[in-house]
Design a binder for this molecule. Sequence first.
Ligand code: SER
Length: 337
Amino acid sequence: MRKKVILITGASGEIGHALVDNLAEGGDCELVTLDLQELPDAAARKVKRHIKGSITDKMTLDAIASEYEIDVIYHLAALLSTRAEVIPGTAHRVNVEGTLLLLEMAAEQSQFRGKPVQFIFPSSIAAYGMPDLETKAAYPRVREWEWNYPTTMYGANKLYCERLGIYFSDHYKQLSEERPTTLDFRCLRYPGLISAFTVPSGGTSDYGPEMLHAAAKGVPYHCFVRPDTSINFMAMPDAVKAALSLAAAPAKSLTQRVYNITAFGLSAEQFRDQVVKAFPGAEIGYQIHEKRQGIVDTWPMDTDDKHARRDWGWQPDYGMERCFEEYLVPNIRKRYE
Ligand code: SER
């Protein structure tokens, strides 16, 4: 008999870190992780097995599928928006082709065991594309189906993979006489995420967390977007809570497969104010990177998450003040002490 596990791809990344901790605490099912990097020791002790490899390698995925019965997949591996613009072809191979291989694996496993494999997928505010700042101001809280015109490779990859997930869940092999049991795709559109314990790499919402971590370390920081640049953000514990809550929701309560979730919207200047309040000596200036600015300008100011609230009781624990005062600042202080 194969052993039943939860598979986490991209487990060494920012969300992965936090998710492994939480799932290991729950302890219902053993964890198998996959990442190009090693898992840090503390996390490695919490998982049944870590596989150092790529989601684009079908042989690796086949080996995992032959050994384990996968109950849930948290598919976190991806190249983020800034990095994806540097190597767009690779981004497509990882973000789209890697996701396709995993979806195929999940579909086969679902059919084999006669029970859907749950597939939890993080999408992003990058799936939106506001054409200009006037439109961005005129539609401050976008709904899931509005302004789906991403201008980045990463955003296009995420939006398309949302569609692929829906295809595999609801329309896979739609011409066959007997529809197979297929997977259960559930997706969250995250805002910019901020962790007290890790610094992001390769994203374009990174100016927020970067200025905070720089201030805590006592090093100067030059924010690469204008002070008035506004998007929404979320504390990492809320990001993890959202993924776990969506996974735990009964299928019959879900009316869609892709959900916005948000915690608080704020401008770069308001972000800076929070950082300076906590670290009064912080040296944070602005050195605008026009191209990265252009990307953030296409992302909405905030998203409307009423469907997530209605269908699976989503509610963030951390609004802006609580996020800084109770989660970020005390933990970051400790980290760099
Ligand atoms: N935080 C991501 C990025 O900046 C967006 O999802 O790429």
